[in-house]
Design a protein around this ligand. Structure first.
Ligand code: 13P
Length: 252
């Protein structure tokens, strides 16, 4: 039996003004003591308040991640934020390939391969998101979609890089809709993801944390996290209230 890392990460998306973000982070830090040390808690604020949130969380045992990074290292890329800038602030994680980035900003596997390379070059741990949309689920193509998202990006990693990867399975139809995957649906596809990872990385696949995301909240987190291949959650809406986010952290 392997002891996989348990993770609850909050993706704040484009929410909170800087002062609100700092308050939220302080609220998470204040309640951290009630969440098992065995759970890694991560908050992912917008770029504009990464710095002040990191400052507010010093010494708190709450980690910080960014929500994206640039494909390039530095230079004439107006509006972009480089992985090395994020890392220099003290961020440890970066969410890559979120479905909102794939859907609204046209991110492809080619884009994501570059972002992953930048993340690793700067010692950031990517939280790589995969997941099917409603049409794909209804056509029962979800396994194939997720497999392709993994093969086209994760399979390009070295084993050493793979050992420093977190995967988040987020079905698009469950994001922000209030409609969660059932614990059984989550387990079924998480086990499948692990099988795909095993086919490439062997035993290292047993160590890879696979998080569930999509309308995860205090009332359903316990049931979902109890499943064998679910190692935590990537939380959107419920991460915007410290109390709810902490309650999800306690759901293991
Ligand atoms: P919700 O928890 O708001 O459904 O969002 C999930 C998500 O997209 C986290 O990245």
């Amino acid at each position: 039996m392997t002891m996989r890392k348990k993770i609850v990460a909050g993706n704040w998306k484009m929410n909170t003004l800087p002062a609100e973000g700092v308050e939220l982070a302080k609220g998470v830090a204040a309640g951290r003591k009630d969440v098992c040390d065995c759970v890694t808690l991560i908050v992912c604020p917008p770029f504009t308040h990464l710095s002040s949130v990191i400052e507010a969380l010093k010494g708190s045992n709450v980690e910080v991640g960014a929500q994206d990074c640039a494909t390039e290292t530095k230079g004439a890329y107006t509006g972009e934020v480089a992985a090395q800038m994020i890392a220099a602030l003290g961020c440890k994680y970066v969410i890559l390939g979120h479905s909102e980035r794939r859907q609204y900003y046209g991110e492809t596997s080619a884009t994501l391969n570059k972002k992953m390379a930048e993340a690793y070059a700067n010692n950031l741990t990517p939280i790589y998101c995969v997941g099917e949309n409603l049409d794909e689920r209804e056509a029962e193509r979800h396994f194939d979609v997720v497999k392709a998202q993994i093969e086209e990006v994760v399979f390009n990693l070295t084993e050493e890089q793979f050992r420093n990867l977190v995967i988040a399975y987020e079905p698009v139809w469950a994001i922000g809709t209030g409609k969660t995957a059932t614990a059984e649906q989550a387990q079924e596809i998480h086990a499948y993801i692990r099988e795909v990872l095993r086919s490439k990385f062997g035993a290292a696949a047993e160590e890879c944390p696979i998080l569930y995301g999509g309308s995860c909240k205090p009332s359903n987190a316990g049931e979902i996290f109890a499943k064998a291949d679910v190692d935590g959650g990537l939380i959107g809406g419920a991460a915007l209230k410290a109390e709810d986010f902490l309650a999800i952290g306690k759901a293991f």
